[in-house]
Design a binder for this molecule. Structure first.
Ligand code: SAH
Length: 245
């Protein structure tokens, strides 16, 4: 989010932004009324919305005082092979707490569950509601989106748009690839993590993930359940990002 520093306090809940920042807001960013950004004054940052322009001044109305940005500076997307029962609900809740920007449920060859077409939208709405309540509880600034369940092919198309695409694979050995992949998070804007369902990946899926730019990594010598693997991989990325980016 853009952040502008001002030297005088708000008057009636409105900060006045002048000079180069005014020009930047108006002519470079071409912001419209209602667009939000941060304004910092006297060591505190406030969430503001553009209320309009007046002469050479941008008027920034305070929406939330002393706003704490809780978002990760890197967007993390969890691609989760559809697990059994309501396990995905737990995974969505934890992914949101850990800072994920989005969750993409994926129908994989070893997913036992198949979603009927007529239930797709209804399922997605339930998952989205879980994300929303987890976002509120964990004080996220944005509500992550959960998509409808997608095919593996579609998931690979989305994954190839990521700057880094991590594929924790139960048959991978050694932590060198994991360490290398984490280092790449420093320069990434969008990071995908693909976790298999209970039955894991088949060989063809691993080959397709590699074609989509996937980095095959291990999460240690033990076999983790799908939900543990998702939480572990996201925690690992979250901590690395919080410490290094
Ligand atoms: N049925 C498989 C395990 C699947 S675990 C078996 O017994 O071999 C579900 C998913 O969690 C895996 O597809 C993988 O994405 C992830 N996972 C579990 N343990 C892992 C590990 N040690 N390293 C990397 N990924 C792991």
């Amino acid at each position: 989010m853009h952040n502008f520093f001002v030297e005088s306090d708000a008057l009636d809940g409105v900060f006045r932004i002048t000079g180069a920042d005014h020009n930047h807001i108006k002519n470079v960013l071409r912001m419209r009324e209602g667009n939000t950004f941060l304004v910092s004054y006297d060591g505190k940052s406030h969430l503001c919305a553009l209320a309009g322009f007046e002469n050479d001044t941008a008027l920034a109305e305070i929406v939330e005082e002393d706003y704490q940005d809780t978002e990760l500076p890197v967007q993390l997307y969890l691609f989760q092979g559809l697990p059994k029962g309501d396990k995905l609900e737990l995974i969505i809740q934890k992914a949101v707490e850990l800072g994920a920007s989005g969750i993409i449920p994926v129908e994989m060859s070893r997913s036992v569950v198949k979603i009927e077409d007529k239930k797709r939208k209804q399922k997605q709405e339930r998952w989205q509601a879980i994300a929303e309540s987890a976002a509120k509880q964990s004080k996220r600034n944005v509500i992550p989106t959960v998509s409808e369940a997608v095919s593996y092919k579609k998931a690979m198309e989305l994954a190839s748009e990521m700057d880094v695409f991590l594929v924790p694979y139960e048959n991978e050995r050694g932590m060198a690839a994991t360490a290398d992949a984490l280092e790449k998070l420093k320069n990434a804007k969008k990071v995908g993590v693909l976790i298999g369902p209970e039955g894991g990946f088949d060989d063809k899926e691993i080959a397709l993930a590699k074609d989509a730019g996937g980095e095959i990594v291990s999460l240690g010598k033990r076999i983790l359940r799908a939900e543990t693997a998702a939480i572990t991989a996201l925690s690992m990325c979250m901590l690395y990002i919080e410490m290094n980016v």
